[in-house]
Write a protein that binds this ligand. Structure first.
Ligand SMILES: *Cc1c(COP(=O)(O)O)cnc(C)c1O
Length: 223
């Protein structure tokens, strides 16, 4: 029934080829398998095939399936890749291992406070709205400097990288380039960019993490 192990292997193969073409080490690129909208039965074949890094975009949905899967597979690293409301910060810090979507001071503050309170410190990325799309989450590229000063230096949030989702209707390459340049300028090691349609391009431009959903799990009903 499940083509997931084959699809996963094919994506890994393409990551290896893209890395080779870019003169990069494929081991330096982490595949974040985006399992949003898919239930535990769809995720299990990926786990059985050895995949350990996953992405979810909704705290509530992730809470419904991941605590049990994480009990079975404690090495799983779960990334939050969707918007985070401050009233979900406690749940998010308890469940996720990386938060990729820090995009405003209030959220950075709430995360730092919760990590202090819970004693659970988890790495964070700043989400950058590289296309300056008004309806889209993420920091304006011009406010990344000040946000880093605030979140990392003042609130002591462990910010280790940047993440972006380019505008759907544009060539993603300039957006990937912009994100990689900003990460380099600030000495941030993690660059999360590239999805099913464009991850080879992202790897060519320096992605350390690619977030791939439909190419592994098939089409989503919503998402
Ligand atoms: C859904 C999603 C992905 C994966 O998208 P696909 O096109 O299915 O690979 C990547 N990043 C974010 C932030 C997403 O919400």
């Amino acid at each position: 029934m499940s083509d997931i192990p084959h699809a996963l292997a094919a994506v890994k193969q393409r990551i290896a080829e893209s890395a080779r073409a870019a003169g990069r080490d494929a081991a330096a690129i982490t595949l974040v398998a985006v399992s949003k909208t898919h239930d535990a039965d769809a995720i299990r074949p990926a786990l059985a095939a050895g995949q350990r890094v996953f992405g979810e975009n909704r705290v509530q949905e992730a809470k419904g399936k991941w605590p049990r899967l994480k009990e079975e597979f404690p090495e799983v690293e779960l990334h939050l890749i969707g918007p985070l409301q401050t009233n979900k910060v406690r749940d998010a810090v308890a469940l996720f291992d990386v938060i990729e979507t820090v995009d405003r001071p209030k959220l950075a503050r709430a995360l730092a406070d919760e990590m202090e309170r819970s004693g659970r410190s988890i790495p964070c990325l700043l989400q950058v709205n590289t296309g300056r799309e008004p309806q889209k989450a993420g920091l304006d590229p011009d406010s990344v400097d000040s946000m880093l000063r605030l979140a990392r230096d003042e609130y002591r949030l462990p910010v280790i990288g940047l993440m972006c989702i380019p505008p759907a209707d544009q060539d993603p390459a300039p957006h990937f380039r912009l994100l990689a340049d900003m990460a380099a300028r600030h000495g941030l090691a993690v660059i999360s960019m590239g999805m099913s349609s464009d991850f080879p391009t992202a790897i060519g431009l320096g992605a350390t993490h690619v977030r791939v959903g439909s190419a592994i799990f098939g089409a989503r009903d919503y998402g």
